[in-house]
Design a protein around this ligand. Structure first.
Ligand code: GTP
Ligand code: MG
Length: 224
């Protein structure tokens, strides 16, 4: 498994770099999904479930972390291509770092490329990575007040996955209230309550991703 180290880009024009990368990916028919959340909310577990369920779509994963290769090893064990990206201490990925990571991926015809961003609810939302879709996770144990405290990621995301719904009996978490708070910040956000552990709710998320991929490849998907 490949481990690469990427440093923050020297360029001053991240938004322009990101827009260019997005168009290059669109021309190749590849949809990159930037997956963001706090540490431990369930990014790698969700990706593992998607890889197991969506056998009809070729998926590759770029795992960004400050240290270790455990996440990429988990994905590779499922038979999907995975690379580990080390961010040189940075708590986010920018467009240049993402481009360098994509260059390290082997071209195996992957249509859906997930970037598991560094676990952090703040910094990753501040940088456009060039992804066609931004997806965030909020897990039930984190609490339904997070849209109020960390609004930017909710504003930037096309989809909010509320995960660990199997833990709802043990936490005070109001899914409808959380959804309303996220929709107030971002009226266009799609919300998917799921459990990556039991599989509950996964079908709706997978259908949404398939639809976005089809639209992206048809060139009709709006920029994220
Ligand atoms: N009960 C329950 N536990 C889950 C679910 N999804 C993930 N977990 C657990 O949550 C913990 C963290 O999951 P990960 O998938 O490693 O989280 P992550 O967001 O990738 O973590 P970082 O990469 O460190 O930021 C693990 O113990 C998982 O088993 C779920 O749907 N239900
Ligand atoms: Mg992870």
């Amino acid at each position: 498994m490949k481990i690469i180290k990427v440093g923050a880009s020297v360029t001053q024009s991240n938004d322009r770099d990101a827009a260019l990368l997005r168009e290059e990916l669109r021309a190749k028919g590849q949809l990159m999904v930037n997956l963001m959340s706090s540490p431990g909310s369930g990014k790698t577990t969700l990706l593992s479930r998607l890889i197991r369920d969506m056998k009809d779509v070729k998926i590759a994963v770029m795992e960004a972390d400050i240290e270790s290769a455990v996440d990429a090893e988990r994905i590779e064990a499922l038979g999907a291509q995975a690379i580990q990206v080390h961010t040189d201490g940075m708590c986010h990925m920018d467009a240049g770092m993402t481009r360098a990571s994509l260059e390290a991926l082997e071209d195996d015809g992957a249509q859906l490329i997930f970037l598991e961003n560094v676990g952090n609810l703040i910094c990753p939302a501040e940088y456009d990575t060039g992804a066609g879709l931004n997806m965030m996770i909020l897990s039930v144990p984190e609490g339904d007040d997070k849209p109020l405290k960390y609004p930017l990621m909710f504003e930037k995301s096309d989809a909010l996955v509320i995960t660990k719904t199997d833990a709802l009996p043990y936490f005070r978490f109001d899914t409808a209230l959380c959804t309303a708070r996220a929709e107030k910040l971002n009226p266009g956000i799609s919300v998917f309550p799921v459990s990556a552990k039991t599989g509950e709710g996964m079908t709706a998320l997978e259908e949404w991703l398939r639809g976005k991929l089809t639209a992206w490849q048809a060139g009709t998907q709006k920029e994220a």
